[in-house]
Write a protein that binds this ligand. Structure first.
Ligand SMILES: Cc1ncc(COP(=O)(O)O)c(C=O)c1O
Length: 374
């Protein structure tokens, strides 16, 4: 029996099933941020070189988390939206190019592409019902004009885990760029950028990676780093970043070229601890525990005939997200009732979305199940 919750310190009465929104921090992260605050207060940046080491160390951990070939393919940006924007506004679009995404995407990964219509880019928004073969629908929507497909690894509202390898393999064969919003998967389920053949990956750290808001991973496959047009400029992104007198504006060869100014050191200190915890627990163990929790909720909810499960139940589409609707209570009423009973969750996807993480104890889930029996 694992006691993963020993690394967390949530209030006893709280039923935190909202990692698909904003996660709590582990205790090790709290301690690291406290120590960093103490350090800043008492000695400022005396040990700035150690801060740079932390940044380098976080990139190594992120490389490991996604199985990238090199840390040079990783940039630390401020949000998923910013990372996706680096891609969308970095490509030299031609009028008539097509982008394919899903109608169910979170706005960051939908509105962004629609905004490219100003350059003559056509956007196809693919919708699919839960029983449909979403990957095939996406593949079938491709034609000679398709330049890029952007899709979430796990859909935020339906919890559907996509078969990214299938889409990525098609993209590779047809020379289509493949962009993945991985925020609902990284830190919860195993992820391998090479297996799925992604060209770009974006994910903020504040959900399953258990970090604070405002620090995101951007992965850019090395062969595309120089292809993306740069829309921001600053000292930190220059190849010779330490030569302050230089007039050479050549950007870094690595993905550091996408980081124009000073790093978010406080975020780095925090996220590094959180990811270190996940990796030292082992992402295989994390994934196993996450799916066990999902199955527990699905099983319990399917035994409650007042509830309708709206999220994916197919074994190969399971994620850490479960969405249900009550047949007699509307969502606002149900959400209010849950909130009053210390359940932290979110109204999404036409129901209430529950998203426990690997450490959430079964007894906490059982309390939630009991609260829904009325
Ligand atoms: C699929 C998906 N993408 C992106 C985001 C948020 O993006 P950002 O990091 O830009 O705030 C969310 C948050 O709910 C999400 O669910």
């Amino acid at each position: 029996m694992h006691h993963f919750d020993k690394d967390f310190n949530l209030k006893k009465e709280l039923i935190h099933v909202n990692h698909a929104a904003v996660a709590p921090w582990p205790v090790c992260t709290q301690n690291a941020v406290k120590a960093f605050a103490e350090e800043n207060t008492t000695q400022g940046s005396l040990n700035y070189l150690q801060w740079i080491e932390q940044e380098a160390s976080l990139k190594i951990l992120l490389k490991q988390l996604i199985n990238a070939d090199s840390v040079d393919e990783i940039a630390l940006l401020k949000s998923t939206s910013e990372a996706l924007s680096v891609v969308a506004y970095g490509i030299d679009w031609q009028a008539g190019d097509t982008v394919i995404t899903s109608a169910e995407e979170f706005p960051s990964n939908r509105l962004l592409w629609l905004s490219l219509e100003q350059f003559g880019v056509n956007v196809k928004l693919i919708s699919y019902q839960s029983h449909e073969d979403a990957e095939q629908k996406i593949i079938d929507a491709c034609d000679d004009t398709t330049r890029l497909i952007s899709i979430s690894a796990v859909q935020y509202a339906s919890g559907r885990k996509m078969n990214l390898k299938r889409i990525g393999t098609h993209c590779e064969q047809k020379n289509i760029l493949f962009c993945v919003d991985a925020i609902q998967q990284l830190g919860a389920l195993e992820f391998d950028v090479n297996e799925i053949k992604a060209d770009f990956v974006a994910a903020d750290g504040h959900k399953w990676m258990l970090g604070p808001e405002g620090l995101a991973l951007f992965y850019c496959r090395s062969k595309h780093i120089e292809m993306l047009k740069l829309n921001q400029y600053g000292w930190h992104m220059i190849e010779q970043m330490h030569d302050f007198n230089s007039t050479d504006t050549t950007p870094a060869k690595s993905a550091r070229r996408f980081e124009c100014g000073s790093p978010n050191t406080m975020g780095i200190v925090a996220l590094r601890q959180s990811i270190n915890l996940l990796l030292s627990t082992g992402m295989d163990q994390v994934e196993k525990a996450v799916l066990k929790n999902t199955r527990f909720l699905l099983e319990a909810f399917s035994n409650n005939d007042k509830l309708e499960i709206l999220s994916s139940t197919d074994v190969d589409k399971l994620s850490a997200i479960v969405v249900v609707r009550h047949k007699e209570k509307n969502n606002d009423e149900l959400f209010e009732y849950l909130k009053n009973n210390h359940v932290l969750c979110a109204p999404r996807g036409g129901g209430i979305r529950f998203s426990p993480h690997y450490y959430t104890p079964e007894e906490t889930l059982q309390k939630l199940v009991n609260l829904l029996k009325f």
